[in-house]
Design a binder for this molecule. Sequence first.
Ligand SMILES: Nc1ncnc2c1ncn2[C@@H]1O[C@H](COP(=O)(O)OP(=O)(O)OP(=O)(O)O)[C@@H](O)[C@H]1O
Ligand SMILES: [Mg+2]
Length: 327
Amino acid sequence: MLKHEKIVIIGEHPKFLEALRLAKRAAETGVKTILLTGETGTGKEVFARYIHEHSTRAKGPFIPVDCTTIPENLLESELFGFVKGAFTGAIKSRKGLVGLADGGTLLIDEIGNMPINVQNKLLRFLETRRYRAIGAEEEKEVDVQVIAATNVDLTKLIKKGAFRKDLYYRLSTINIILPPLRERGNDVILLAEYFLKRFLREYNVKKKRFTPDAYQKLLSYTWPGNVRELRNVVESAVLMSNGELIKASDIHFKSSYSRKTLNVIPSPQKNKIVLQFDVSEFNMENIERTVIIEALKYTGWNKRKAAELLGVSRMNLIRKIKKYGIE
Ligand SMILES: Nc1ncnc2c1ncn2[C@@H]1O[C@H](COP(=O)(O)OP(=O)(O)OP(=O)(O)O)[C@@H](O)[C@H]1O
Ligand SMILES: [Mg+2]
């Protein structure tokens, strides 16, 4: 999203609205540290901008920094800056992003990738709101709202020793969790319609709409890439479809598995199931998903018994239940 672009936030699912409510509260209260957690493409950057723009700092700078795109050894100087002569090559001093964000918001994206030594320095900054540029004698004080974002579970990183517990506690006082798209029900349709309108305008296409089958296909998918993936799928459907209708066959997913459950024909014998499906649904993952659901139903949703029946470990089954979004 470009900086000057107006933020549009689409979604009505209760879990999503709760996240939005927290974001609004956080903006209004002016809290200085916020943690945004959510899978890739769930809208963390959109939320960070929303918070910034609804806060008293809206007129100040909004500076995003992504810990995965900056080499580890440069992150500290990128964030906190350095003075002339601080190290070989420091021919003139440079203000870090923390300094540049003074009066505004700093979004630290993928904070799970921040090296421990920089975590130390960040924690100190969050506690004192003061920092020292590399090689500097004096500390500087700035007024910056820090929003950290992550798509990994930081508590797992803490267990591995890759993330400081105290920094996590500091960051997570206000933790806004963005739900994955597959848990947002009809929001898929709201977002698809919004992106459709947007791309029709952008590509100067007059009229197009989704067929009921196309909606069904969008709803039956698990969206591992979340809203970003949906946006891309709609964009390509707008460009690739003929005529006014966007059909199910105009919708192409990047990942191979869909949330399709195959047709199970009721059988009079309790220990028999009959599956029936189109050749077009001939896909290992569809089959696996269906079989897992049937095994769970057969065992009264007892995961241990279902795993036994399927000949896999319980952990393995749980992984797959998660993967296929079986609830
Ligand atoms: N609720 C929403 N309404 C409208 N557009 C959205 C919404 N959520 C996300 N988007 C759009 O989806 C795309 C991905 O969002 P964003 O970059 O904020 O995700 P992210 O969580 O930061 O992803 P990543 O973890 O990959 O950095 C953007 O184009 C954004 O504009
Ligand atoms: Mg992001």
